[in-house]
Design a binder for this molecule. Structure first.
Ligand SMILES: Nc1ncnc2c1ncn2[C@@H]1O[C@H](COP(=O)(O)OP(=O)(O)OP(=O)(O)O)[C@@H](O)[C@H]1O
Length: 358
């Protein structure tokens, strides 16, 4: 599958992160008050828009990049910037490609990135900034300090969001045991899951961008996201409407992830993703979970067994009411596994109710 421009930008951010030789070279160019235009990749499409200059084919080093950038024209490296292939090249991209940049260096960079699909880096001599062009995206590289400041703010937000998510998830579990879940409870949990996912994704981009300077941030992110798992997917499997005899969870997760922030704050919009049409009191309607999410919390129950249990009992309430003999009537479930499921469900019931009332 072709990578999205956002994913390609993330990969490029990792390639120019602090601690890499490429970043060192770019910083040297910046400090030396020269500019540069660097293409990260070479193929026929790049060759076709190269005019003049010369082939060099030498190993990459930050000082070589810095020296070559003193010459007029662009530098072409291979994809992972381990070799410098050409220097002092005039790039002649298709001039009909629309560009929002001003200045020939940056206009060329944007056009070449769009035309060839390779990332292009411009170091502006007059503005003293490093910019990445990937597909149609542009990203200004910053020093580690401002990125770290934003990352720390995002981390504090993630901490708050995670605490709230744990609260609504525990409350959902208790309500499930008591068969008192409303559409609103489900929508709020999905909303909180998605908010945590978004802020965690933002922080993982900072981790990439910070390279060696982002090690501590990476550990903090890991700590705040442990145990999250495929949260939204499990909730949707429990509650989403069955369409044409099947669940469309993958599609619904994607819709949820593409919702705008203003849509996200509206529980009825989230309920619509689950297939619940807005109407009077639709958010207050009581719904029954199928049981996938709580079953996934029992470590030794693989997904295939969960699927069979849900198919057989048709919902969490029946599952909770089943004794070991009932569980053993399900295909492929022996006494040992039936006992594990029974004990697991009882433990979940106890802890959720304790969490709720203590
Ligand atoms: N099509 C191109 N191919 C290769 N190099 C180019 C191209 N266009 C510009 N450059 C390089 O960029 C340098 C600066 O050009 P120009 O002053 O027009 O750009 P600019 O966008 O204003 O750049 P800066 O922000 O660095 O001042 C040129 O001297 C040349 O080395």
């Amino acid at each position: 599958m072709a990578r999205s421009p956002e994913d390609a930008l993330k990969a490029t951010l990792a390639r120019v992160a602090p601690g890499t030789e490429l970043r060192d070279g770019l910083e040297r160019i910046l400090r030396g008050r020269t500019g540069a235009l660097i293409v990260l990749g070479f193929d026929r499409a790049v060759d076709a828009i190269c005019s003049g200059g010369f082939d060099i084919g030498i190993d990459f080093s930050p000082t070589r990049l810095r020296e070559l950038a003193k010459m007029d024209g662009a530098i072409v490296c291979d994809r992972d910037a381990s070799n410098i292939l050409r220097a002092a090249v005039q790039l002649v991209p298709d001039h009909t490609i629309e560009t929002h940049e001003s200045g020939t260096r940056h206009r060329t960079a944007e056009r070449v990135a769009i035309q060839t699909g390779f990332p292009v880096i411009s170091v502006s001599q007059s503005m003293r900034i490093i910019q990445l062009y990937v597909g149609g995206l542009r990203h200004v590289l910053e020093g580690s300090e401002p990125v770290m400041a934003r990352a720390n703010q995002a981390l504090a937000t993630l901490e708050r969001y995670r605490a709230r998510l744990d609260q609504v998830t525990n409350s959902l579990s208790a309500l499930e045991i008591e068969a008192m879940v409303t559409v609103r409870d489900v929508a709020i949990t999905l909303q909180r899951q998605e908010m945590v996912r978004r802020i965690a994704e933002e922080i993982s981009q900072y981790v990439l961008e910070l390279g060696v300077d982002g090690r501590l941030l990476s550990l903090q992110l890991e700590e705040l996201t442990t145990g999250l798992g495929p949260g939204s997917e499990m909730i949707l499997r429990d509650y989403a409407d069955v369409h044409d005899g099947k669940l469309n969870v993958e599609e619904q997760v994607a819709t949820l992830q593409n919702m705008s922030s203003s849509e996200m704050v509206d529980p009825s919009k989230i309920a619509a993703v689950m297939g619940i049409q807005p109407g009077q009191d639709s958010l207050e309607a009581v719904v029954q979970p199928r049981g996938y999410r709580l079953l996934s919390n029992i470590k030794s129950v693989p997904p295939a067994v969960s699927n069979r249990l849900v198919d057989h009992f048709g919902g969490l309430q029946n599952l909770m009411a089943a004794n070991i003999d009932d569980l053993m009537t399900v295909d492929g479930i022996g006494e040992q596994r039936a006992r594990t499921v029974r004990e697991g469900l009882s433990r979940i019931a106890e802890t959720s109710l304790l969490d709720r009332f203590m």
